[in-house]
Design a protein around this ligand. Structure first.
Ligand SMILES: [Zn+2]
Length: 200
């Protein structure tokens, strides 16, 4: 699902109805900030708000999820695409949670080994060996976490909004925060802190 496209569509339909963000928000009992977040593609309406929103905008849910008016003859096809999209996104987010949990447990195991190495009465080279094993285990945990982060979902260019899967090298060497990573966009060529998204 294309959040930016959906956002633009919501904005366009709202204006056609002659409503401000504040007025639409009031009708749905939410803040104008939330409406603004949708319209700029930074968030999706929660499921419980989708029907009321569509009613206010005079569109249907299928059109909302597609981000455009749908002619009668394409309705069924678009609806099926949207259902598949939603199912795939759900599947990917579950996969991500599981892999991240596995990575966390592996990293934790490595840290425990280091604690043992520090506390137990061991000879110098036994301690050294234990620490070496711990470092390898932790590196494994971090690698699993990074692989999950890289392979699930896409990164979004700040400049042109293109979503892409980065190459392993650019991913590994890119500076990052928790939700963003500095990458070069394959479409516009600009480097920016790209947001990680679960959708394609
Ligand atoms: Zn770009």
């Amino acid at each position: 699902m294309d959040q930016v496209k959906i956002g633009k569509f919501i904005s366009q339909m709202r204006k056609e109805k002659g409503l401000t963000q504040k007025q639409l928000g009031e009708e749905l009992l939410i803040s104008d900030k939330t409406v603004s977040k949708w319209e700029t593609g930074k968030g999706m309406p929660e499921v419980s708000l989708m029907l009321p929103l569509c009613e206010k905008l005079g569109i249907n849910v299928n059109e909302l999820l597609t981000g455009e008016r749908i002619p009668e003859e394409d309705y069924k096809k678009k609806a099926e695409e949207n259902i598949m999209d939603i199912m795939r996104e759900k599947e990917e987010s579950i996969k991500k949670v599981i892999i991240e949990a596995v990575a966390f447990v592996i990293t934790l195991a490595g840290m425990s080994l280091i604690m043992v190495a520090g506390l137990a009465e061991l000879g110098i080279w036994q301690r050294g060996l234990l620490i070496a094993i711990a470092v390898i285990v932790m590196a494994g945990g971090i690698a699993v976490g990074a692989m999950a982060d890289m392979s699930i979902g896409t990164f979004e260019c700040k400049h042109c909004g293109t979503r892409f899967v980065p190459s392993a090298t650019s991913y590994i060497f890119g500076a990052h925060t928790i939700t963003r990573r500095r990458l070069t966009c394959p479409k516009c060529g600009k480097r920016s802190y790209c947001k990680h998204r679960l959708t394609h």
